[in-house]
Write a protein of this length. Structure first.
Length: 417
């Protein structure tokens, strides 16, 4: 339950990125021994990935707060099969495919699940891995893959779209493949670059991180490493948005401004005073927010995960905004819930027209995905009366103690489940 409590003020930490840590946990499969990950967010997706690794034969411990130790057995003790429900509960489970094929030559898994905002085919993954020597025998519910030789072989892959999960999968497969692999039109997200840094610490040979062309010279063996997970830029954006929508002043002490350049420019256009001098990034609201047009694009453009947060802020901004979704169909499903709160938003195809209103009115709303949960919470912070949010399991997938951290900033928010 959320009630308005005025301007949020203070400092908060975002912790590690969900879209990095899950891939980095999967990358541990590439080497026998004890791997250490720090700055790990305490979210339910990490728990599911931990259970998945355990089912494959690994051991996962938490030596201290926000830290994981993943103990990976020898290849002949890894079981390349795990319960279907673990794969079906999150999209990121697809990234064990590359490491299992590279290390064990076999992978059997259910089709991955995750947030429901449109079709996201896996052909980018399977086509690239097939070019490296994998053979797939898939059906409507599962993936069965084997390799035709002890090691995958190098290839040149040009991705039709710069998918970060496909880039992650092919990158992890290529580090143990024989020869030089080149990935063209690779994703450039900071989380992909962070995975690459982990792999290099393990002994991989990778060039071009942060660019659209990755060159990987395969090695015969990797070793465990210690790696700090990069800060979550979307969680950082969420806390910054909580300050702006309430007219407050919030600093995310571990935010990385260089990973959020386009977003921070949009926040300035909306009316924020942005402080990048550190620590982290801070925003201060100066009067009522202003309308601005937004279009999502692959990194370094405005990420699709930012869009629900921006839409929530623009719903109470002065003027008319147009938000365009260029990456995923079906990702305006949270808009109906904002309308229930009194927002004036109409959608047509990939576009949403937002006519800012002076106030929202609390009611019961339901989140359909992780970022929708965050956006509806933001709206509840400025909605008169009480806003009751259901679908909290989505929030738990991507936010580490979201309610507690917002409360520490001054939010009037309480969780009952």
């Amino acid at each position: 339950m959320v009630k308005p409590a005025g301007a949020l003020e203070g400092e908060v930490r975002a912790y590690g990125a969900k879209n990095a840590v899950l891939k980095e946990m999967a990358a541990c499969l590439l080497a026998t021994g004890d791997h250490h990950l720090t700055n790990v967010p305490r979210i339910s997706d990490v728990k599911v990935m931990s259970e998945l690794l355990v089912a494959l034969g690994c051991r996962v411990d938490e030596p201290s707060d926000h830290e994981l130790r993943v103990r990976v057995p020898a290849c002949d003790q890894i079981h390349p099969v795990a319960p279907a429900h673990l794969f079906e509960s999150m999209r990121a489970s697809i990234v064990i495919l590359g490491p299992l094929l590279a290390r064990c030559g076999e992978a059997n898994m259910a089709l991955p699940g995750g947030d429901d905002f449109g079709q996201r085919p896996i052909n980018f993954h399977t086509e690239g891995l097939s070019a490296m020597g994998a053979t797939f025998h898939n059906d409507r519910t599962s993936i069965h893959a084997t390799t035709n030789s002890p090691r995958l072989h190098a290839t040149r892959v040009t991705l039709e779209y710069p998918s970060h999960t496909a880039t992650d999968n092919l990158l992890m497969a290529a580090v143990l493949a024989q020869g030089r692999t080149i990935i063209e039109n690779a994703a450039r997200e900071p989380e992909v670059e962070d995975l690459g840094r982990q792999l290099i610490a393990m002994g991989a040979k990778i060039e071009g991180l942060g660019t659209s062309r990755l060159t990987i010279d395969g090695v015969e063996e990797l070793a465990p490493a210690h790696h700090e997970v990069v800060t979550d830029r979307v969680v950082s954006a969420t806390y910054l948005a909580s300050g702006l929508i309430t007219g407050g002043h919030v600093r995310v002490v571990d935010a990385r401004a260089e990973h959020m350049v386009m977003l921070l420019r949009k926040l300035e256009a909306i009316g924020a005073e942005v402080d990048e001098a550190g620590p982290g990034v801070a925003v201060r609201a100066r009067g009522r927010l202003r309308a601005v047009d937004v279009a999502t694009l692959p990194y370094p453009g405005v990420a699709t995960d930012y869009k629900p947060l921006l839409t929530a802020m623009l719903s109470v901004a002065e003027g008319v905004s147009v938000v365009t979704e260029n990456l995923f169909v079906g990702r305006f499903r949270y808009v109906d819930e904002l309308v229930r709160l009194g927002a004036n938003i109409t959608t047509e195809g990939h576009h949403a027209m937002i006519r800012g209103v002076e106030r929202l009115i609390g009611t019961t709303v339901r989140a359909s995905d992780i970022r929708a949960a965050a956006a509806l919470t933001l709206a509840g912070l400025v909605a008169e009366g009480e806003t009751t949010l259901t679908g909290l399991e989505h929030m738990d997938r991507g936010y580490d103690n979201f309610v507690g951290r917002l409360s520490a900033l001054g939010a009037n928010i309480e969780r009952f489940t």
